[in-house]
Design a protein around this ligand. Structure first.
Ligand SMILES: [Zn+2]
Length: 263
């Protein structure tokens, strides 16, 4: 018991460490009540989206791996009695050897799977997954002033309803009339990215982040990075996120997290 209290569950950044994530995933998978999860870890799991996602990803991948491992173990236990029989081992002892071998094999296999999955989850985060984790369309900060903004208002309504395909149609019409309007351009780009049209969003975000003192400079750069991520253009995405990480704005911490995961 004394040793158990010495276990460190959190890393230096205050998140769950690799071992805890593996342990938690194992607890969920096996429903083994002898695996003790301290309440501080459970509380963190419930509060921290990042750690929760990592644990659930872990479980998901392990569940897939088990489908692969279980038949392997079955084959092993079925093929071994024959071998042992030829060696003329007494049945009782054979049973013990078998069950022990089986247990050691299963344990080793499970351990191997856990280690492999741990490595996989940590180091092979797909850009697509990262994009899903970090992207949410920019909030609506538009105040409609006059009747000239009618199209913009219509587009924003659809945008708020998350009807991005329809919003794209309306914003595109508005953009044809007034291509210098930053609001239209920015929310059109967001709608495109939300509708999986990252390649069409890129030129719009690029122009917006290039503008001197433009009101959407900072978020546009962030969304540009995410667009590249979505397009699987890792080098370009990394360049953008490095820039953001150095700038110390509200996206810098997230950019650093993504860079770490892309490493
Ligand atoms: Zn966390």
């Amino acid at each position: 018991m004394k040793d158990k209290q010495k276990i460190v569950y959190f890393n230096s950044r205050g998140h769950l460490n690799d071992e805890t994530i593996a342990l938690f995933a194992k607890r969920i998978m096996t429903n083994d009540e002898s695996i003790e999860i301290p309440s501080s870890v459970i509380a963190h799991f419930e509060e921290c989206e990042d750690c929760k996602t990592e644990i659930l990803d872990f479980v998901e991948v392990i569940a897939d791996s088990f489908d692969y491992v279980t038949p392997l173990l079955k084959n092993q236990i079925e093929s071994e009695p024959k071998k042992s029989h030829q060696e003329k081992v007494k049945p009782k002892i054979r049973q013990i050897i078998l069950s022990r071998t089986f247990r050691i094999c299963s344990l080793a296999a499970i351990l191997l799977v856990f280690m492999a999955v741990s490595w996989f989850v940590r180091h092979q985060v797909s850009p697509e997954r990262l994009f899903g984790q970090y992207f949410s369309p920019y909030k609506n900060v538009i105040t409609i002033k006059g009747t000239n903004d009618k199209k913009l208002a219509e587009g924003m309504l659809l945008y708020d309803l998350k009807m991005y395909d329809s919003a794209i149609v309306v914003f595109t019409e508005a953009f044809m009339i007034d291509s210098l309007n930053r609001d239209i351009k920015f929310y059109l780009a967001n709608s495109l990215l939300a509708s999986e049209m990252a390649d069409e969003a890129v030129p719009l975000f690029y122009q917006l982040q290039q503008e001197k003192n433009g009101k959407y400079n900072i978020p546009s750069n962030w969304f540009l990075g995410l667009s590249y991520l979505k397009m699987n253009e890792i080098d370009r995405a990394s360049l953008v996120f490095k820039e953001i990480a150095e700038q110390k704005n509200s996206y810098s911490d997230k950019a650093k997290q993504i860079l770490r995961k892309l490493d």
